[in-house]
Design a protein around this ligand. Structure first.
Ligand code: N01
Length: 580
């Protein structure tokens, strides 16, 4: 829900660009910066009124990142690393948005970004070898390259509950929160969902609401954040060694660094395990899953961390029946792990109620509440924390027509098919940043974005060097990659449950494990090899010079050795790279 009127401007017609970028989140902004470095002309179209993407839209109470701030930021500029000051271990949304705005100003990006404009159509002209791009403001421009920087979690999932239009109060989606904020003081609020957005917002909404009712379909695993302010000493110490930290992060399966214990839980005694879990719990956050190396591979190992976390929930929540409802039954960390501040404690408050909708779903909305199993729960406002049509939802919203008019949505009806999560056969010169089939959401997003953009810039530079007009993924290589992404996912327990990773949160979508789970550096190695071989797996057309080895312009920093401490060659060969 945006509350700002769209800026008035003249329609842009017929302009020819080297590249059009869709989206001005971190991906679109960095892409623009690097395209300019290549000397390319570029236009970025952004649906929002400002930069920031995810962090522009997700303004719900308590929104913050759960990768530590010192690493949840761009790493391409050491000056930027040194000058920006994060205030907390996990940055709140307004600070991340301020950082996004700082990037836009510092690198003078806004003059090539058109806001309040949604791209509706992108059509490949096979004869002219150009993409024709149309927007909801009537713009019609063309570009050699079309780059989708649309984000992985940006198309809200809004279940059509029966009677939704009968409800008299406001319904907010966490992913499109009103910019002026919402004051729930004195109101009876219903929250649907218990994923990351709900976990973060529930404790804060509970502070305002007179009555809070949470409708839970699947209990969630959550680890305390132990968020804190960052001291000047700590900042100084990290900044003194920032390049080393960034390099260590790039060599990690997740693209961010934290202490990781590679030892298998099943080789530790019960006492050793508990000690390790206590220490990791005290450190908090996503690294809790790094307590042992086999937690996402062996169900028996996973049971030990799940038992420990259930004990924690039972220790926090005073009402035993509520505690049991809050104890998940699925694999620990199978769905995206949540990181909270006072989530479970919130259920000790007398005005907070938990309603189980796992067996009997939400029946309908009524004028004044939500009905489950014939019982009406009165609410004045509803917060739909129901997540996103992940990974492909934003692509579905645009009619992207490639060769012979085939649309990407048609091609992906059976699940997304990409080569390296960067390109899709039949769509020459169309690229995705952090597309399905790349580590994306299983890595630190900003690092995943930077690696893709750097690779693309080296690709475009090479095409210019050899005079190539188009580049397109080869079907056989795409098929092999899709197969590999699928095979690797089966090694992990992550593939065993219903989650947005497999698209099962959105009715009607095929079940496909969408992100690449083989580990960020292994994926990066593959991208580097593809590039070094003259873009193996791609067809380059129109080259006037031989396809000599490409010049490495930006990808040098990604040519990092594997972190053997965490990823032994044997583990890599077996596809058992621990990812949190
Ligand atoms: O969405 P979700 P999210 N009836 O899909 C429930 C990132 N993120 O916005 O599990 C009843 O996780 C659904 O139930 P179930 C992060 O990667 C990061 O919270 O499908 N309930 C689930 O409980 C995260 O994973 C940060 O059974 C329904 C909830 O709604 C991702 O974004 C912060 C329902 C949706 O949870 C998405 O998180 C926020 C229905 N019909 C988000 N439909 C940080 O960096 C859905 N649900 C900290």
């Amino acid at each position: 829900m945006t509350t700002k009127a769209r800026t008035r401007r003249a329609t842009e017609n017929g302009t020819r660009f080297d590249a059009v970028v869709v989206g001005a989140g971190f991906a679109g902004m960095y892409m623009l910066h690097r395209l300019r470095g290549l000397g390319f002309t570029a236009r970025v179209f952004e649906a929002g009124s400002g930069v920031g993407g995810t962090w522009y839209w997700n303004r719900y109470p308590g929104a913050r990142c759960d990768v530590e701030s010192m690493q949840y930021s761009f790493s391409f500029s050491e000056e930027l690393d040194q000058e920006w000051i994060w205030s907390e271990k996990y940055s709140p949304q307004p600070e991340i948005l301020a950082y996004a705005n700082h990037i836009a100003d510092r690198f003078d990006l806004r003059r090539d970004i058109v806001f309040d404009t949604r791209v509706t159509k992108a059509t490949f002209d096979e004869a002219g070898k150009r993409w024709h791009i149309e927007t909801d403001r009537g713009d019609k421009v063309s570009a050699r390259f079309c780059i989708m920087a649309v984000g992985c979690l940006s198309a809200p999932n809004r279940p059509r509950f029966e009677g939704i239009d009968d409800f008299k109060g406001p319904i907010y989606h966490t992913g499109e929160w009103p910019h002026e904020g919402v004051d729930f003081t004195g109101l009876r609020v219903g929250v649907i969902g218990t994923g990351s957005s709900a976990i973060q917002s529930i404790p804060i909404i509970a502070k305002q609401a007179s009555q809070l009712t949470v409708f839970q379909r699947t209990a969630t695993w959550s680890v305390p954040a132990w968020n804190e302010r960052l001291s000047p000493d700590y900042l100084k110490q990290v900044k003194a060694h920032y390049p080393e930290l960034r390099a260590k992060a790039r060599a990690r399966p997740t693209g961010f660094y934290f202490p990781f214990n590679i030892k298998p839980a099943l080789e530790a005694s019960a006492e050793e395990r508990d000690k390790q879990y206590e220490e990791s719990w005290a450190r908090g956050g996503l690294p809790f899953l790094g307590a042992f190396g086999d937690l996402l591979f062996e169900k028996e190992a996973n049971d030990t961390i799940a038992d420990f976390a259930r004990r924690k929930i039972r220790g926090i929540v005073k009402d035993p029946a509520v505690a049991e409802l809050l104890c998940p039954e699925n694999v620990f960390g199978c769905k995206r792990l949540c990181v909270d501040t006072g989530y479970f404690e919130t259920y000790n408050l007398p005005h907070v109620k938990l309603v189980d909708v796992s067996r009997t779903g939400i029946e309908r909305f009524s004028a004044g509440g939500i009905v489950v199993d014939g019982v009406q729960y009165p609410v004045d406002a509803i917060v739909s924390a129901t997540g996103f049509a992940a990974m492909t939802g934003s692509y579905d919203k645009i009619t992207i027509a490639g060769r012979s008019g085939l649309t990407l949505a048609e091609k992906w009806r059976v699940g997304p098919r990409t080569y390296l999560g960067l390109a899709s056969a039949g769509f020459p010169n169309l690229f995705m940043i952090t597309g399905p089939g790349s580590p994306s959401v299983l890595a630190s997003m900003i690092q995943a974005i930077e690696q893709h953009v750097d690779w693309l810039v080296d690709c475009f530079g090479h095409m210019r060097d050899i005079g190539a007009s188009t580049i397109e993924a080869r079907v056989e290589d795409e098929d092999a990659w899709v197969e590999h992404v699928n095979e690797v996912s089966k090694v992990s327990l992550r593939s065993t449950c219903s989650s947005w990773y497999v698209g099962s949160n959105t009715p009607g979508r095929p079940r496909v494990f969408m992100p690449y789970i083989g580990g960020f550096p292994i994926y990066v190695q593959k991208c580097n090899e593809v590039m070094s071989s003259g873009f193996d797996g791609f067809v380059l057309e129109g080259a006037t010079k031989t396809n000599k080895p490409p010049q490495v312009r930006l990808t040098e920093r990604w040519r990092a050795p594997l972190d053997i401490e965490v990823m032994s060659p044997a583990a890599v060969a077996a596809g058992r790279v621990p990812v949190v």
